[in-house]
Design a protein around this ligand. Sequence first.
Ligand SMILES: [Zn+2]
Length: 144
Amino acid sequence: MYRFSRAIYRELADEIIEDPHSACTHAHHERVLRACEAAIERLATDRHYFARPARTLFSDIRAYFPITAQSRVLHVIERYLAFADEFLRREPNNGYDVYGNPLQCRASTRKGTPCQRMPLPHNGYCPSHQHLAETEELESWVAA
Ligand SMILES: [Zn+2]
């Protein structure tokens, strides 16, 4: 998965501004790389709760780039996060995420414990909790 964050970083590294007064000459490069990795990791493990990944990553790192580079930064982020998302969608749903953690339904049982059933890839709920996905869609539609 990290090839996506590295690709974003590589495309943008030349434009990152470093603070000339800082003791560490590559602190901002480091922060940009970490932010890209965090966004990719979140996309891979928590995509159902990660509504606007490109916007989120952009607002995390835009301060490290000059004004003139902002639109390019956003384009690069959008392009690679779209690739990463596409890649994740094609992953076979074998019950594990890309890091080998078992996938679980996002709902809780009536006893309040997490539902242990295998979720469907498109919304993260198991077949018996599909009605929750519909409620959620409706809520986000109403909120928008
Ligand atoms: Zn369930």
